[in-house]
Design a protein around this ligand. Structure first.
Ligand code: PMP
Ligand code: GLN
Length: 388
């Protein structure tokens, strides 16, 4: 065989995701896994039963329709109207995907030509880097800096060139917990109109805003025809393994994304779609209860990390809190996270791996708080040994 590398050059360096690596490290060492963001308690029993019922009744056991089952597309549209006042046509403006991950990949592959520039907040959620690379496009980071990780709108403006095709937004933001304010979102929307940019907005944590409000980006003036909104059932219903996500957008954008999505998975798992359709219709107090529960967990973990000597940057949303380990005398977050399971039996994720500007995230470390309170308390107790 020739010695040409097997993995194409566009994907050079992507290797195995940091989440998979850290979860494997937790399994190997028996450490508490505050690395990968998944809850350690399943979502509502009624929703799980709905999936079982669909399986038993033979609903979705054969290929469901490519765009998603009508029941789910209608439920997605109703949910968006109930919570955000947005109206979508379930037949032409809603597309069901295999999680937000496929929605992101399908969208980027559909909308980008090789060489197009994509401006995205860094630290980036890992699949953005991969999706942009697979499309042959060029990522342009807008670095969110501690302590508050707010986007610098003037810096964003300066990054737009004639090659910029789209803005890739994420609010609430993984890993920093930053939630865009309405004023920031409006300023970004104005720029998108002025420079005629497409916008892809990842809002998988739309129900997990603890401070402030979630502003659906597409609700802003001029955004309807240029925005692809992405969300997912994983975080909202605590079933991250089900991989049901969706895209909402104007018909022409949906048609473009559907074209690529057809050849990635064609469809996502049928019975789960029936269950998620029921989940989206749960009463309001389910959604506020989930948020309040996670807010309490955020507070528990943040206070414990502070007591353990970490600098804790406030998180206004998501499953995550970003800390700085320089206050513990550490110089490198990656080394710190690799040693942490041995040192005290906890796994976390270094933010540096989500950066092009590695210096900006060098000593930042992300912890997930979507775990049972007793697990968080035990983790905090173990982390307390670091400064003892
Ligand atoms: N976007 C962000 C910001 C995420 O944190 C995640 C992880 N859930 C995803 C997308 C992927 O979501 P899914 O599991 O639905 O593919
Ligand atoms: N979104 C999860 C996180 O940020 C991970 C999902 C995954 O492993 N792809 O931890």
């Amino acid at each position: 065989m020739s010695d040409r590398p097997l993995l194409n050059r566009r994907l050079d360096g992507l290797g195995t995701t940091i989440f998979a690596r850290m979860t494997a490290l937790a399994a190997e060492t028996g450490a508490i896994n505050l690395g990968q963001g998944f809850p350690d308690t399943d979502g509502p029993e009624a929703v799980r039963e709905a999936a079982v019922r669909a399986l038993r009744e033979g609903r979705g056991n054969q290929y469901p329709p490519g765009p998603g089952i009508p029941e789910l597309r209608h439920a997605i549209a109703e949910h968006q109207q109930r919570f955000h006042g947005l109206r979508w046509d379930p037949d032409t403006e809603v597309l069901v995907t295999a999680g937000a991950t496929e929605a992101l990949a399908a969208t980027l592959l559909a909308l980008l030509e090789p060489g197009d520039e994509v401006i995205a907040f860094e630290p980036y959620y890992d699949s953005y880097t991969a999706g942009i690379a697979m499309a042959g496009a060029v990522r342009v980071p807008l670095t969110l800096r501690a302590p508050d990780f707010r986007p610098d709108i003037d810096a964003l403006r300066a990054k737009v060139t004639d090659r910029t095709r789209l803005l890739l937004l994420n609010s609430p933001h993984n890993p920093t917990g930053m939630v865009l304010s309405r004023a920031e979102a409006e300023a970004i929307a104005e720029l998108a109109v002025e420079r005629d940019l497409l916008v892809v907005t990842d809002e998988v944590y739309e129900h997990l805003v603890f401070d402030g409000e979630h502003v659906p980006f597409v609700s802003l003036p001029g955004m309807r025809e240029r925005t692809v909104s992405i969300s997912s059932a994983g975080k909202t219903f605590s079933f991250t393994g089900w991989k049901v996500g969706w895209v909402t957008a104007a018909p022409a954008l949906i048609a473009a994304v559907r074209t690529t999505k057809q050849f990635l998975t064609y469809v996502s798992a049928g019975p789960f779609q029936y269950a998620v359709a029921e989940a989206l219709r749960l009463p309001e107090d389910y959604f506020t209860g989930l948020r309040d529960d996670l807010r309490a967990k955020r507070d528990l973990l943040s206070a414990g990390l502070r007591d353990a000597g970490f600098t804790v940057h406030p998180s206004a949303g998501t499953y995550f809190v970003t800390t700085d380990v320089a206050s513990l005398g550490e110089k490198d977050g990656v080394e710190f996270c690799l040693a942490l399971p041995e040192r005290c039996g906890v796994v976390a994720v270094p933010n540096a791996v989500f950066h092009d500007d590695a210096e900006a995230g060098r000593t930042q470390v992300r912890f997930a708080f979507c775990k049972r309170p007793d697990v968080l308390s035990e983790a905090v107790e173990r982390l307390g040994r670091l400064s003892a």
